[in-house]
Design a binder for this molecule. Structure first.
Ligand code: G16
Length: 551
């Protein structure tokens, strides 16, 4: 077969990047994630898999992003991006896991052969892959391994260098869009900044004073992208960038960034003397796909506006635009809806459900993205952790493009809606584009950050992680809201939840070797108590060391 012509190169690579005995990998919520120094063998094989994926998709470009996002600096990871900029088709995830876990060169070649046969992969179709990495120090070595994997099967490789995850997703989609002439990645990335910033400037053209926003860049790649964006934004918005130490790799996500703020529900220590009372600030995560807003009120108290608050603001704004543009009265009504996960604050779900359709799905942007596309004409989705975007279905897009406004007010709103679409990165959650969207929505809804925050108040909540021997011993149902395995544990959780008049659920993480426990209750101490009690029984169930029991 044609595979035989690659065999020598494949063997060389497989010998150079052996799988260490006892090491296992899993393609999880956001691809492979583990310590960066363990991933070279995985990257070599991901190169091969990405090439095969491209061949299966008629030679369309596939993306490979090397990042561990919000995870610690010494971690790294890799995920594949499908032709429209969406996450890898889920039916390929288990094959990615099989590839990574094949213990020897021979075992891998056997797995590869049978995979090619069963999937009927057209080996003679060319393959094209575009890849990028975040600022992690393990990145360059992993790129080398990836490149060798791509070269072993003669795939065409395009290096997008150090950039954010959402920019890589955007690139993949743009490269594959019919009519795109440009092939220079630098120019395409420039196109991204021009697109979102010029739409933003149009949307805020009437604003007389230039806006100001403090941005915590998590010492990651978002710092570089935000700096470029700042330049394109000109007078329209002045971004004050903090935590931009991308050269000190160990500082990445350390006591800063969106995950720190969301989990600890407090300002990064580095910002306490920087953020002024009344000023808006926001945090990106390590690869700039998550966004959390916040402010200090007059008394200096911290208020966080997470993904749920962003959903509320953005959904209200979009509903208003659709209405103001006269799109509500057209024949095929445009259905606007929201997708959340079990982590969504109970009060956000209550507030939203009273106003529009709400769907709950499992954690992971791929699930939210899919549901948003399936269920709604305009789907607004954000995870509570700040990861999300807005999707416009092809039919909504057509309705917007072909709509003939009957009044000048309709016409203004319609143009606004079109510019809003240009601000949004529809391929995946994008902290920088979402940030511009929030700024635009605040302006056009005439909301101060306080007014936005007052739309509903969060129920007190806590997120705790529990280290267990085997997180796969925990399985869930009902969009992760109930445990199926281990048996009997859910009943114990139900009992605690009843006592505390709250809500709690347990699920295995898809990015870290831990089990996560979420709890919310009417009062803060009840929420904390509930989270710790549930974490305690999870810990006991998993046979943890009593000395390290969460307390
Ligand atoms: C990734 C996924 C997110 C998910 C998060 C946490 O985020 O892209 O959709 O919410 O992991 O997942 P888990 O609780 O399963 O560990 P990121 O920002 O790390 O890519």
């Amino acid at each position: 077969s044609t595979l035989s012509k690659f065999e020598a190169k494949l063997k060389r690579g497989l010998n150079e990047y052996p799988v260490k005995p006892g090491e296992t990998f899993q393609y999880g919520t956001a691809g492979f994630r583990t310590r960066g120094d363990k991933l070279e063998s995985v990257l070599f094989k991901v190169g091969i898999l990405a090439a095969l994926r491209s061949k299966t998709c008629n030679g369309k470009a596939i993306g490979v992003m090397i990042t561990a996002s919000h995870n610690p600096a010494e971690d790294n990871g890799v995920k594949l991006v499908d032709p429209h900029g969406e996450m890898l088709d889920t039916s390929w995830e288990s094959h990615a896991t099989d590839f990574a876990n094949a213990p020897s060169p021979d075992a891998f070649l056997a797995t590869l052969k049978s995979f090619i046969e069963t999937k009927n992969i057209p080996l003679n179709t060319p393959a094209s892959v575009v890849y990028a990495r975040d600022t992690r120090s393990s990145g360059p070595k992993l790129v080398t391994a990836l490149r060798k994997g791509l070269a072993a099967v003669d795939a065409d490789a395009t290096d997008a260098d150090v950039t954010t995850t959402p920019i890589l997703h955007y690139l993949v989609n743009t490269i594959n869009t019919p009519g795109t002439q440009e092939s220079d990645v630098k120019k395409l990335i420039e196109g991204y900044f021009v697109k979102i910033s010029s739409a933003f400037r149009k949307l805020l053209a009437e604003r007389t004073s230039s806006g100001h926003l403090l941005v915590d860049c998590a010492n990651g790649v978002g710092a570089l992208a935000a700096k470029t964006l700042n330049h394109y934004l000109g007078e329209s918005l002045n971004l004050e960038l903090e935590n931009t130490a991308t050269d000190s790799c160990e500082e990445l996500n350390k006591d800063c960034g969106a995950d720190y703020v969301k989990v600890n529900q407090k300002l990064p220590p580095s910002l306490t003397s920087v953020l002024q009372c009344g000023q808006r600030g926001c945090s990106l995560d390590g690869d700039a796909d998550r966004l959390i807003y916040y402010y200090l009120d007059e008394s200096g108290e911290f208020h966080m506006l997470d993904g749920d608050k962003i959903t509320t603001l953005v959904a209200s704004f979009i509903i208003k635009l659709v209405k103001d543009a006269g799109l509500e009265d057209i024949q095929e009504k445009i259905k606007v809806g929201v997708v959340q996960t079990a982590y969504a604050n109970g009060n956000s779900t209550k507030y939203l459900s009273e106003r529009l359709p709400v769907t709950c799905v499992s954690t992971g942007v791929k699930h939210l993205h899919h549901a948003a596309a399936e269920k709604y004409d305009i789907g607004v989705y954000f995870e509570a952790n700040g990861h999300g975007t807005v999707l416009f279905s092809p039919s909504a897009q057509r309705a917007i493009d072909s709509h003939k406004p009957s009044t000048s007010a309709h016409s203004d709103a319609l143009n606004r809606l079109k510019d809003v679409i240009d601000v949004i990165n529809q391929t995946v959650g994008d902290a920088l584009s979402d940030m511009l969207l929030v700024e635009v929505a605040l302006h056009h809804m005439s909301y101060t950050v306080e007014a936005w925050n007052r739309l509903y108040s969060d129920l007190p909540n806590r997120l705790v992680k529990v280290k267990v021997g085997d997180r796969n011993a925990f399985t869930t149902e009902d969009a992760e809201r109930r445990l199926v395995q281990p048996p009997g544990l859910q009943e114990k959780i139900d009992q605690l939840v009843r006592e505390k008049r709250g809500r709690s659920f347990v699920r295995p993480s898809g990015t870290e070797d831990v089990v996560r426990v979420y709890a919310e209750a009417p009062e803060t101490d009840q929420a904390i108590d509930l989270a710790l009690r549930v974490a305690g029984i999870v810990y006991d169930e998993a046979g943890g060391d009593p000395a390290q029991r969460p307390a």
